[in-house]
Design a protein. Structure first.
Length: 214
């Protein structure tokens, strides 16, 4: 384990810190630390950074509640960059997206697709909008429209499942999942909220809304 004084801070006394989700391995954000903020992060077990724009320390989640609890910190081979592995209490991005990295520059988006990626794109459409986007259209129409579509897609899943058509059921389940995530974004519900709820239920063997087994 290396000492903080052996890290290579730049001419401004800063070192880049790449924050990674310990559960998914997703890159959440890039921020900067100085020696003081790194010491605070280690001492408190939560991320603290140096704001270059404001010229002051800032603890992640101080105002939003989206705290990042540190699992570990590693330096690269040159000791001039850090990877901070965390468990997060909420979205990493100020836009409400799970990760700050959701703008494609190059590559096969489908090859790295995940539900978190989908949620981030949906959240971006909610916040920033996009002309001609169906997702933007749903948000503009509001909750009633989103709920109506969710009901329609649920019915389509039932019809496809009843017919025993696997390919059609997959197609309709994908539509249902997408519209469910639009509703989540509309209501400020994150994928982590759903994961935590499912984990608390032991849902595989037990229903929370109990039904008498006959």
């Amino acid at each position: 384990m290396i000492d903080i004084k052996n890290l290579k801070f730049d001419e401004n006394g800063l070192i880049p810190a790449i924050v990674v989700d310990s559960d998914t391995g997703a890159v959440l954000m890039l921020a900067y630390m100085n020696a003081e903020s790194l010491k605070i992060s280690i001492s408190e077990g939560r991320t603290c950074f140096w704001s270059r724009s404001r010229g002051e320390l800032w603890r992640k989640g101080e105002t939003s509640g989206n705290v990042q609890h540190i699992v570990g910190i590693k330096a690269d081979c040159d000791r001039d960059a850090l990877v901070v592995t965390v468990k997060k209490d909420g979205p990493a991005c100020h836009t409400g997206a799970e990760s700050c990295f959701f703008e494609d520059v190059y590559g096969d988006e489908a090859g790295q697709f995940s539900l978190n990626t989908l949620y981030d794109i949906i959240m971006d459409r909610k916040i920033n909008g996009k002309p001609g986007s169906y997702t933007t259209y749903l948000f503009e129409k509001g909750a009633d429209k989103i709920l109506k579509k969710l009901g329609e897609e649920s019915t389509e899943v039932i019809i496809a499942g009843k017919a025993g058509d696997k390919a059609e059921t997959i197609y309709e389940l994908a539509d249902l999942t997408y519209h469910a995530m639009v509703l989540m974004a509309q209501m400020g519900i994150t994928p982590d909220d759903i994961k935590k709820e499912l984990a608390s239920r032991h849902v595989v063997d037990k229903k929370v809304k109990q039904e008498k087994m006959t």
